[in-house]
Structures are given as structure tokens and as C-alpha cells.
Design a protein around this ligand. Structure first.
Ligand SMILES: C[S@@+](CC[C@H](N)C(=O)[O-])C[C@H]1O[C@@H](n2cnc3c(N)ncnc32)[C@H](O)[C@@H]1O
Length: 382
């Protein structure tokens, strides 16, 4: 496909997303209907779509409209490219620009340049203070790919060498040797030996740092285990019995296969099956995902104040439920992939006021000092 034909495909998909379709579903539907497209075309179109969603407000201003055409036109203007080379109307290219489109270029306002919904901006500023603009800017760019070298299968160096054999260049973080930043070849990962044999797992640096900061414990419960990313990271620390639980057990359906690949032993518990107490209970709660909006940029435009209120109520409920499973003197770890205070420290302060737990430590990881936005609070039961 030519660059212009890829742009037209992105316009079609963006229009479907703007009409309410989830981004992944719209991309998948286009792929299934477009067998002629090669893997390079699909990857390039996916990048165009996700880049446009990350910068939706500023590009709509530059392109003069919140439509697929407006966003791609805004991209051309942002990049300083001549839009006529894309909007040529020739073959499968987008139709030529009309006079109104040619006249509608406008620099984004200060709020539009944040590329966040208006109602989020005050919360973002309150939560992040002087770093608000820099962290919003980081969310406008593509996220790096981080891997966790799985200590149950390999040392970080062995993992790096195995990745290199499949053409993937990675280097260890100075902050955590098991966290490997992919420098090149990330798209080959899912077919690589290192991945298929469990030497590495996909996991961002920030949750890896959070798992590494957890207190030592023998009996650990991952109360909101989902796909099991935290369970696997904790099990890889060794000398620990991990139980994974989720209110929706179907979310854990891949975990036995992932654990086998990683050489980890993880016990699964369905709701109602948890017995006794644990030295450490981890609650990686459902959240707005505001710290990972560069990975799931359509989520940033779907969240509304009512949705955020619903999430904070659920988070408080989960803290209360999980706290009863912590042994006396044991720890409760609260995690979100959000940077919003309402989901982080404000949530923890509310819990401290109604429980017999005390705060041991807390940290907000951001792209300025780690990778994705991620919050960890560690609490101890008195
Ligand atoms: C952020 S996801 C967890 C991601 C997972 N820990 C990982 O690393 O891949 C939150 C999970 O909480 C689960 N959940 C929601 N309400 C819950 C509840 N009341 N009790 C336990 N789990 C709950 C959801 O089903 C979802 O899988």
C-alpha cells in the first residue's frame, strides 16, 4: 500500500472509533476485510491510528475537524508535510482537500495542546503539580517496550543474548537489572525463543519497580490477578507461595499457560475459595488507566466523571474486602496504573481513616522517572 492508501485506511478506522467503536475492534475489522494488506501495512496503519488518538485534540485543531480526515490532516500539518501529497484523490488516496479544509488550520489552544479531556485537566494539574505538562506531553508519544527477564528461567544477560539471536536488541535498566528496554526489533518478540520459552515477559518498567519494592513475604495473595502480570513477577522473586484471585475468574484463564511457560507455581482461587490469611495481599485495582493512556489512548477519551466515580467506589470496596485477608502484622499493597490523586493517595487516606492499617511507603512512578504512570502504596496491619 502507498503511504496515501495507508492514510485513507487510518481515516476509515478513526471515523469508526470516533463513532464509538473500541480501537482494537475497529482495527481488527479493517484487517479482516483487507486481506491484501501486508504485515508492514497493518503495523503502519495501527501506528497512524494510535498516534492520532494520542494527539486527538491538538491534531483536530490543526486539521480543522474531529474526524478521521481532520486528524490525518492535522498530522500532516504537525509534521510540516505537504498534505496534498497524501490528500491527492488519486487511486486509494484520500479525496483532495476542499477549500474549507485548506482554510481551517488553527494552532491548538493551551488546553488542546495537553491532549487531555477538559474535565481531566484540573485533576491532572492537582495530582501532578509542576510535572503536569511534562507528563501530559509524555502521554502524547508512543510508549517504550519493556520486558522482565524471568529469573526462574534466565539471568538478564542470558535473556538479552537469547533476544539478540532473534534480532531483538534490549538493554537492562540501571534502576532494575531484570527490566530490559527493547531498543530494536520489538515486533519480532511474540515469535522469539526468549518469549516462547518464558525467558522474558512483557511488563512495563514501572510495575516491575513496584513489584520489586514489595515487602518480603512467604504467602502472597494477588487479589485482582487478571492476566497475572503481578503474580508472575512476584513468583519470579522465588521462595514465595502465590495465590491468584479475581472477581471475574475468566480474566485468569491464560494464567496457567503463562505460569507454565515461566516455570512459576501459582495457585488459582475463585471467589469464595480464599481461606485463611496472607503475609502480603496485593490489590492491583481496576482504575482509569490514566498512567498508561499512551498505550490505550482511546480510553482517555472514553473516561467520564461518572466512570471515574464508579472506579473510586470500587477501589475503596476492594481495599476493604482485601484488608480482611491480611494476617496481623502483614502487608497490603495497593497499586493503580493511574496518576490521578483521587485513585491514589486520596483513596489510601480514606482507607487509613477507616481501618487498623498504617502507611509504610508510597510512590508515584511517572515517565519522568520510570516509565508508565503507576502508583504503589504499602500498608501494614497493626
Ligand atoms: C488492573 S486489572 C488487574 C491486572 C493484573 N493484576 C495484571 O497484572 O495483569 C484489575 C482486575 O481486578 C478485577 N476485579 C474487579 N473487581 C474486583 C473485586 N471486587 N475483587 C477482586 N478482583 C476484582 C478485575 O476483574 C480485573 O481483572
Amino acid at each position: 500500500m502507498t503511504p496515501a492508501a495507508r492514510a485513507q485506511a487510518a481515516i476509515t478506522i478513526l471515523d469508526q472509533i470516533l463513532a464509538g467503536d473500541p480501537a482494537e475492534a475497529a482495527l481488527l475489522r479493517w484487517s479482516r476485510a483487507s486481506r491484501f494488506a501486508g504485515s508492514g501495512d497493518r503495523a503502519a496503519i495501527r501506528d497512524l491510528v494510535f498516534d492520532s488518538l494520542r494527539r486527538r485534540r491538538s491534531r483536530a485543531a490543526l486539521g480543522g475537524a474531529l474526524t478521521g480526515r481532520g486528524l490525518i490532516l492535522g498530522m500532516c500539518r504537525e509534521d510540516g508535510a505537504d498534505p496534498v501529497s497524501i490528500f491527492s484523490g488519486i487511486g486509494h488516496a484520500p479525496a483532495a482537500l476542499d477549500d474549507a479544509e485548506l482554510a481551517q488550520a488553527r494552532a491548538p489552544s493551551e488546553a488542546e495542546a495537553f491532549d487531555l479531556p477538559d474535565w481531566v485537566i484540573p485533576l491532572w494539574r492537582e495530582s501532578l503539580g509542576n510535572d503536569a505538562a511534562a507528563i501530559a506531553a509524555a502521554m502524547r508519544d508512543r510508549a517504550p517496550v519493556w520486558l522482565r527477564a524471568n529469573a526462574l528461567r534466565a539471568t538478564p544477560q542470558q535473556a538479552i543474548e537469547a533476544l539478540a539471536q532473534d534480532g531483538i536488541a534490549a538493554e537492562a535498566s540501571p534502576d532494575l537489572p531484570t527490566a530490559l528496554l527493547v531498543m530494536q526489533g520489538g515486533r519480532r518478540l511474540s515469535a522469539s525463543r526468549a518469549y516462547l520459552e518464558g525467558l522474558v515477559e512483557l511488563q512495563d518498567l514501572s510495575p516491575q519497580l513496584a513489584c520489586a519494592a514489595l515487602p518480603q513475604a512467604r504467602k502472597v495473595l494477588d487479589y485482582c490477578a487478571g492476566g497475572g502480570g503481578k503474580s508472575l513477577a512476584i513468583a519470579a522473586q522465588g521462595g514465595v507461595e502465590v495465590t491468584a484471585h479475581d472477581a471475574n475468574p475468566a480474566r485468569m484463564s491464560d494464567l496457567p499457560r503463562r505460569a507454565e511457560r515461566a516455570g512459576a507455581r501459582i495457585r488459582l482461587a475463585r471467589p469464595g475459595q480464599l481461606r485463611g490469611s496472607f503475609d502480603l495481599v496485593v490489590t492491583d485495582v481496576p482504575c482509569s488507566g490514566s498512567g498508561t493512556w499512551r498505550r490505550t489512548p482511546d480510553a482517555k477519551w472514553r473516561l467520564d466523571p461518572k466512570g471515574l466515580d464508579g472506579l473510586t467506589e470500587l477501589q475503596a470496596r476492594i481495599l476493604d474486602e482485601a484488608s480482611h485477608l491480611v494476617a496481623p502484622g502483614g502487608h497490603l499493597a495497593y497499586m493503580t496504573c493511574s496518576v490521578l490523586d483521587a485513585e491514589n493517595m486520596r483513596q489510601i487516606n480514606g482507607f487509613l481513616n477507616r481501618s487498623d492499617f498504617c502507611l509504610v511507603s508510597h510512590r508515584l512512578f511517572t515517565p519522568l522517572d520510570a516509565s508508565d504512570g503507576f502508583f504503589l502504596a504499602i500498608l501494614r496491619r497493626n
